[in-house]
Design a protein around this ligand. Sequence first.
Ligand SMILES: [Zn+2]
Length: 212
Amino acid sequence: MEKFFTITSAKNPKIAVRVAAGHFASSSAHRNHYIDIFDLKSSSSVAREAARELAAPYLANTIVDVIVYMDGTEILAAYLADELLQAGYGVINEGSEIYIVTPMIRADGHFIFHQSVQEKIVNKNVVLVVASMSTGATANNVLECLSYYGCKLAGISAVFSAVPEVNGREIHALFSIADIPDYRFCVPSECEMCKEGRKLDAVFNSEGYTEL
Ligand SMILES: [Zn+2]
């Protein structure tokens, strides 16, 4: 594993993620950078700062009833709800209630919600929070699921997104491709590093990475 470097948010230097260059594999793709967002997801102080930034696009004019979180972003989602519900001038959700839920994934790859969760989300205004997005394919599957339950998409937020939008909807990302300009990803069969015979440095999923 090559050395990590840190990228910080231009808007708030306390919001930072570690990035390593190398050859990395997830279940769906190979890529030349690994973005470590563990602190951002798990440190109460960093997550709180990040949530404040994530709340900004919704604070004044977007009704939010539900936050659907993915990839272990529940702490971030809880702080985001806290920000959206705060008392303040022009805070549209002040004093209301926000449910924080996550879908299950079925064996066939489709997302579903438990019966007990369904009644909280049907026809509600939903913000989707994801950790890291490369193609947006997973987010798109979740959006399909939300649409099935009649949810109204209020917005999509991400810690990192390589794409600016999913299904025509803008992604409000803390970090984007502009922060890691040579970020590349592809399906394993098209990976240039594999073709050059370069060994994988690590495999990763939403929980973290394992060096090989
Ligand atoms: Zn590869």
